[in-house]
Design a protein around this ligand. Structure first.
Ligand SMILES: Cc1ncc(C[n+]2csc(CCOP(=O)(O)OP(=O)(O)O)c2C)c(N)n1
Ligand SMILES: *[C@@H]1O[C@H](CO)[C@@H](O)[C@H](O)[C@H]1NC(C)=O
Ligand SMILES: *[C@@H]1O[C@H](CO)[C@@H](O)[C@H](O)[C@H]1NC(C)=O
Ligand SMILES: CC(=O)N[C@H]1CO[C@H](CO)[C@@H](O)[C@@H]1O
Ligand SMILES: CC(=O)N[C@H]1CO[C@H](CO)[C@@H](O)[C@@H]1O
Ligand SMILES: [Mg+2]
Length: 678
């Protein structure tokens, strides 16, 4: 039997979680009541944290992957002494509460990552563990374990059913991430009922084959000592992540315990009263915490504060002995970019030979990778096509494999796009990194479950997406994105950049690095593009600009990426017909929207018709253009020059449309699109 105090604490967590959900009249009491012993074990016996300094660099990380159970996490943060009061618990799921309906990292101190979409949290945890291993390998010195912490996760059946978790667990096993410890809430219940309806595999066997250490606890409701011993054992296994499968009862204590009824509905008032009576608490009282439980957690907080103070002292000594490393550590954790970065970005003139923007991206990476040690990531098995591996790169691998080291920064994600993005989110959450992932633009659609969380979580992740249109040619419509950029542009807090040449690629990277609170997607070509007259890094940062501004043009052609140079050709054909057209390159709609009105009007003056050209869906261009050239169907398989003809994207097609549009607007007023006051 567990010492009495632990039992009281666990039952307090259960009752408090039930109160929180009941007060909101919304939420999930089952998982918190079943997972209370795990949470109590972690927060009182294992985790190293200082609630008064939630950003302490080497704190242990905790992720509640079954984010629907977040009443549990908020209760734990309250007990642990974080800035989550009883009043905050009472405002669970209400507007502007620090206890929102699912955990959001930017809303609540102590929440590391945003969870709720099942499978993401465990995958973020793999990223957190990679970040820890890399930072430790980079900064620790003999006698100076500046970075040394564990990543703990609680996850449920749903997380384990999600494909993204399989992708990342497989990689975590390969990478031998020994400081990753996952506690599986094996309660046999999900929303539809018993897991035997569709989930009968042996999870531990699966994880063992991934290279994990696995343990089983048969009574996670009552065997607290067994639970503590299992976590102890997991910590001793240093070359494998550990999964502890813990049999629990969902809604433990409720009249409906062990059934799906307690998954996602508040307990009735009667039920809560009987739960409290059963636990020996006063059924009349709610939101109550016994003094002995508060005292227990106050002691834990004291120990945490003490450990934090010892770490500060250690870091002082480290700073004296390794001043440059210490300064670099501080720079990275404060998200400050190295001063040399901007100067290192290559610049081009129209005399330079035509190059594919994916190749120009590789040139940038080679210039900046050594200056920017926080840049870490890789490609989903398309390194050769995506050109994302810089010359001095070392793979992030366990030393024993002979393939690299934990100090390496090039991650071999394998063909795991969704997992790649979720891992990047975890690395970003750790702090001190700029993670990146790469694949063909079309396959970001495999990863949007995680990329939209990069945006929601305010994480600076750089998505380097190549082969960005029908311009990839022969691989055909299965590989050619059509709707993809429209989707990404519709996603809040996401910077979409489709550079047209070398200067724009450099500018796109600078914007991606400088935007510390949002992800960027760089759409890059497979085919060669000429360097444009008028392009520059500075212009790129404005989002859109006239390449060669002309006094009162008859027509504006606006384009992105590979279509900009085609528009430049089209202006020559239009000039022969007496139409003076100017070309606006628009590498980023978002950056353009952030400019002032006068600038926007200078790029798109009133009274001048605008045609957009982009080898994607035309969806979304109505905001800027009176007519749009693009795709209304999927692409096709052929050499890319033929595809540009088939889909009406040649300079001739654009010039023809230009003639039609200018004719039309001779007899019609040109609607004002840009800079309307409403
Ligand atoms: C990606 C995703 N799909 C669906 C849901 C909706 N959902 C929330 S909890 C849940 C059931 C999860 O079962 P389990 O992990 O066993 O949780 P338990 O019922 O044991 O608390 C589902 C389908 C979700 N949150 N995320
Ligand atoms: C605690 O959080 C509240 C928001 O709920 C904030 O106003 C307050 O400043 C925070 N206190 C501390 C000490 O951080
Ligand atoms: C994004 O980057 C651009 C260009 O570097 C900069 O002007 C802008 O302020 C940044 N925005 C945010 C939100 O960081
Ligand atoms: C530097 C530091 O605080 N290291 C600690 C990391 O965490 C483990 C256990 O959580 C401690 O044993 C280390 O001392
Ligand atoms: C330059 C380069 O590496 N090109 C490769 C792009 O990717 C395809 C496969 O997807 C390869 O066949 C090319 O050789
Ligand atoms: Mg379950």
């Amino acid at each position: 039997m567990a010492p009495q105090i632990d039992t009281v604490a666990i039952n307090t967590i259960r009752a408090l979680s039930a109160d929180v959900v009941r007060k909101a009249n919304s939420g999930h009491p089952g998982a918190p009541m079943g997972c209370a012993p795990m949470a109590h074990a972690l927060f009182s016996k294992f985790m190293k944290y200082n609630p008064k300094n939630p950003q302490w660099a080497t704190r242990d990380r905790f992720v509640l992957s079954n984010g629907h159970g977040c009443a549990l996490h908020y209760v734990m943060l309250h007990l642990a002494g974080y800035n989550v009061s009883i009043e905050d618990l009472k405002s669970f799921r209400q507007l502007d509460s620090v206890c929102p309906g699912h955990p959001e990292n930017f809303m609540t101190e102590g929440i590391e990552v945003t969870t709720g979409p099942l499978g993401q949290g465990i995958s973020n945890a793999v990223g957190l563990a990679i970040a820890e291993a890399n930072l430790a390998a980079t900064f620790n010195k003999d006698g100076f374990p500046i970075i040394d912490n564990y990543t703990y996760v609680i996850l449920g059946d749903g997380c384990l059913q999600e494909g993204v978790a399989a992708e990342t667990a497989s990689l975590a096993g390969h990478l031998k991430l020994g400081k990753l410890i996952a506690l599986y809430d094996d309660n046999h219940i999900q929303i539809d009922g018993d897991t035997n309806l569709g989930f009968t595999e042996d999870v531990n066997q699966r994880f063992e084959s991934y290279g994990w250490h696995t343990l089983t606890l048969t009574d996670g409701d009552n065997d607290f000592e067994g639970l503590v011993a299992a976590i102890e054992e997991a910590k001793q296994v240093t070359d494998k992540p550990t999964l502890i499968k813990i049999r629990t009862t969902i809604g433990y204590g409720s009249k409906n315990e062990g059934t799906e009824k307690v998954h996602g509905a508040p307990l009735s008032a009667d039920d809560i009263a009987q739960v409290k009576t059963k636990f020996g608490f006063n059924p009349e009282e709610s939101f109550s915490v016994a003094q002995e439980v508060s005292e227990l957690y106050a002691k834990v907080a004291e120990v945490g504060a003490q450990q934090n103070a010892e770490w500060e002292a250690l870091f002082e000594k480290y700073s004296a002995e390794f001043p440059e490393l210490a300064a670099e550590f501080k720079r990275r954790l404060s998200n400050e970019l190295p001063k040399e970065l901007e100067e290192a970005l290559p610049r081009y003139t129209p005399a330079d030979p035509a190059v594919a923007t994916r190749k120009l991206s590789e040139i940038v990476l080679n210039k900046v990778a050594d200056i920017l040690p926080e840049f870490i990531g890789g490609s989903a098995d398309l390194t050769g096509s995506n050109l994302t591996r810089w010359k001095t790169a070392v793979d992030f691998q366990h030393e024993s494999t002979g393939l690299g080291s934990y100090a390496g920064r090039y991650i071999r994600f394998g063909v795991r796009e969704h997992g790649m993005a979720a891992i990047c989110n975890g690395i970003a959450a750790y702090g001190g990194f700029i993670p990146f992932g790469s694949t063909f633009l079309n396959f970001i659609s495999y990863a949007v479950g995680a990329t939209r969380l990069s945006a929601l979580s305010h994480f600076r992740v750089v998505y380097i997406m190549t082969h960005d249109s029908i311009g990839l040619g022969e691989d055909g419509p299965t590989h050619q994105p059509v709707e993809t950029l429209a989707h990404l542009r519709a996603t809040p807090n996401t910077l979409v950049l489709r550079p047209a040449d070398g200067n724009e690629v450099s500018g796109a990277y600078l914007a991606a690095f400088q935007n510390t609170t949002r992800p960027s997607v760089l759409a890059l070509t497979r085919q060669n593009l000429p360097h444009l007259e008028g392009s520059s890094i500075e212009n790129t940062l404005k989002g859109a600009y006239a390449l060669k501004p002309i006094e009162s043009p008859d027509l504006i052609l606006v384009a992105t990426g590979s279509e900009v140079s085609i528009c430049v050709e089209a202006t020559k054909e239009l000039a022969e017909k007496g139409i003076h057209a100017s070309v606006v390159s628009m590498p980023s709609m978002e950056l353009f929207e952030e400019q002032d009105l006068a600038y926007k009007k200078s790029v798109f003056p009133d009274g001048v018709p605008v045609i957009s050209a982009e080898a994607m869906t035309t969806f979304g261009w109505q905001k800027y253009a009176h007519a749009s050239i693009g795709l209304k169907t999927f692409g096709a398989s052929a050499p890319y020059e033929q595809l540009y003809k088939k889909f009406g994207l040649t300079s001739k097609d654009i010039a023809e449309k230009g003639v039609q549009v200018t004719e039309y607007y001779k007899t019609q007023p040109v609607p004002v699109l840009v800079g309307k006051p409403f």
